[in-house]
Structures are given as structure tokens and as C-alpha cells.
Design a protein around this ligand. Structure first.
Ligand code: GDP
Ligand code: MG
Length: 322
């Protein structure tokens, strides 16, 4: 199952302590204690793998490295390594013990959650003309502890919707780098998948069937992931006996979940068009026209139709920029 809600704890690194040390060579007697290194910070970084919250289910506590203590001969301690946790784009970060919320919306976006503690200063720092042999140094500052709830809300630009088995996953895999499971029976793909087409993110929303909004199947759970999606590709199989009904079933489920979803831009595709004879395609195109839909033919066997999908995607990219 897709993990889309987890709680973890993170700690930044503690600062290294400053050091008290004096030169032991014959000529000098001065202070040479170095500063402690800064502790590692905690960052979150957005990646495209929507399954990335899975790894937080087992391990719950994550720590950046502490800074090292200062050394002799004015050597400063090494800084602690930062902790960078990778989360899927669309993750909402609830910082529970600070009552704050942050979001990661882009691949590669990195946000700082907790600074590492500053290193303490060594006695070399405290030397002065009035005190040439200071015995003071500072402790490193403490780490920051955060309790986090990571909640995934996918931010897809295009949502692929339609009944099971109409070719949504196949289309996603064909035009993006996604590796969505494809199978010839309903309900194998129980996880939504994401793929990228240039700067667009496409989401395959599986499991929508009649009654999904009433708790049948799992589709309804995934609709939260397209709540912020502006465009839908609605696939209807050319093999359908009643394409009008297939269309309406999905529209009804969207409506019950959130009527706003019906206002989003929608492109209708008559999919798997290589599987039937031309006449059947024409009949189904006509049936869809009767309810005001201009359906485009689509088949992964037909390069022209894939190019047409890509043309529509470029249109979506233009719309997005505008
Ligand atoms: N012949 C043909 N088969 C297709 C096409 N698109 C998908 N399929 C097949 O239809 C079945 C269901 O496809 P899938 O992508 O899993 O459908 P989904 O449930 O909507 O994600 C799989 O066996 C696919 O190989 C197509 O354009 N032509
Ligand atoms: Mg699928």
C-alpha cells in the first residue's frame, strides 16, 4: 500500500565543544584551543518517487551528526554531516511540536527544518591583551528536536482517470518514465503512480469504479491526490458497450467526492483503439458526441495517437505557464 501519512522524529546535530589548550613548545605558552564544529542540519528534499514515505514506517528517529570538539593548535572541530531526508513532492510537513506547516512542491526543492547547534569557542578565541592565558571555552549548542508528521498530497498537473483496465497505467508508462504496473484485469494497480513529462507531473488514479465514493474499491482514497489537479485525461475503452455510461460512472464518483472536480479541464480519449474495427470506433465516437464529448482515439500501437497525446500535454504546459 502507498504510505501517505507517517510520523517521525528528527534531531539536528549538537555543536562540538570548544577546547582549552596551551602551546607546549618552548617559545609559546599561548592558548591554542580550537572551536567546536557546527552540528549537522536537518533538511527535507523533494523527489519524484511517491513511494518514498514507505521507508519511514520502520525507522522512526533520525539524527544529523554532531559537530566534533575543537582541537589543539587552533584546529577547529569538523562540522557534523547534515541529514537530508528525501520525501515525495507533494509532502506536507506538520511540525507537531512547533505547530508549523511546510510543504515540498518541487523535485529537488530542499527545505531547512532544523539548524545544527553552533560549535562552542575554544580558548584561543578568548585571548586578549589583558588575559593571555584564558582558561575558558564554550560548550557546543544543543540540537533541535522536531516531531514531524509527513502527509502526502500528490500535486499532479494531469490526472489519468477512467474505469479499471482502460489503459491508464499503460499510457502513463508510454509517455513518461513511470514504471506503473500494467495488467489485464481490474484492481491490480492499487497504488496511484506518478510520472513526469517534461515539467508536468501525471498521476494515474486507479480503482475508480461505480460506488467508489461510497467506499467500494480504493479509488476514493486516491482522489485526494487530484484535488489540486487542473486537467484530467479521461480514458474510455473503445471496447465498451456503453461509453456514455462508463463516462458518467467516473464523473459521478468525482462529483460525489468533490463537485469542484467536475469544473476541471478534461480531455476524453477512446483508448485501446487498435483492438476493434473502424466501425466500432465510429459508433463509440458518435455516442460520446451525443453527450457533448469530442473524444480522441488512442492506442499505444498507434504512434500518431501518442503524438496527439503529447501535443495535448504541450498545450497543458503552455496553459500552466500562462
Ligand atoms: N491492444 C492494446 N492494449 C492495451 C492498450 N492500452 C492498454 N492495453 C492493455 O490493456 C490492459 C489494461 O491496461 P492498464 O494500463 O493496466 O489499464 P488501467 O487499469 O487503466 O491502468 C493491459 O493488458 C494492457 O496491456 C492499447 O492501446 N492497445
Ligand atoms: Mg492501472
Amino acid at each position: 500500500m502507498l504510505v501517505d501519512d507517517v510520523k517521525i522524529e528528527v534531531y539536528s546535530g549538537k555543536g562540538g565543544d570548544g577546547r582549552v589548550h596551551f602551546d607546549t613548545t618552548k617559545l609559546g605558552q599561548g592558548p591554542t584551543g580550537g572551536d567546536g564544529g557546527k552540528g549537522g542540519a536537518v533538511y527535507l528534499e523533494g523527489i519524484s518517487n511517491i513511494g518514498a514515505l514507505e521507508k519511514f514506517r520502520g525507522k522512526k528517529v533520525y539524527k544529523a551528526k554532531d559537530g566534533k570538539s575543537g582541537g589543539q593548535n587552533k584546529r577547529n572541530g569538523r562540522a557534523g554531516e547534515d541529514l537530508i531526508l528525501k520525501v515525495p513532492v507533494g509532502t506536507i510537513i506538520h511540525i507537531l511540536n512547533q505547530n508549523k506547516i511546510k510543504e515540498i512542491n518541487k523535485i529537488g526543492e530542499k527545505i531547512l527544518l532544523a539548524e545544527g547547534g553552533m560549535g562552542g569557542r575554544g580558548n584561543f578565541y578568548f585571548r586578549s591583551s589583558s588575559n593571555t592565558t584564558p582558561k575558558e571555552c564554550e560548550e557546543g549548542r544543543s540540537a533541535i528536536h522536531l516531531e514531524l508528521r509527513l502527509e502526502l498530497k500528490l500535486i499532479a498537473d494531469v490526472g489519468l482517470i477512467g474505469l479499471p483496465n482502460v489503459g491508464k497505467s499503460t499510457l502513463l508508462n508510454t509517455i513518461t518514465n513511470a514504471k506503473s504496473k500494467v495488467a489485464n484485469y481490474a484492481f491490480t494497480t492499487l497504488e496511484p503512480s506518478l510520472g513526469a513529462y517534461y515539467e508536468l507531473i501525471l498521476a494515474d488514479i486507479p480503482g475508480l469504479i461505480e460506488g467508489a465514493s461510497g467506499g467500494k474499491g480504493l479509488g476514493i482514497k486516491f482522489l485526494q491526490h487530484v484535488e489540486r489537479t487542473n486537467t484530467f485525461f479521461h480514458l474510455i475503452s473503445v471496447q465498451s458497450q456503453d461509453p456514455q455510461k462508463d463516462y458518467q460512472v467516473i464523473r459521478d464518483e468525482l462529483k460525489i467526492y468533490n463537485p469542484e472536480l467536475l469544473k476541471r479541464k478534461e480531455y476524453v480519449f477512446l483508448s485501446q483503439s487498435d483492438l476493434v474495427v473502424e466501425k466500432k470506433i465510429k459508433i463509440n465516437i458518435k455516442k460520446l458526441k451525443e453527450i457533448g464529448l469530442e473524444a480522441k482515439c488512442l492506442s499505444i500501437e498507434n504512434l500518431e495517437s501518442i503524438k496527439e497525446v503529447e501535443r495535448v500535454l504541450r498545450e497543458v504546459i503552455e496553459d500552466k505557464k500562462a
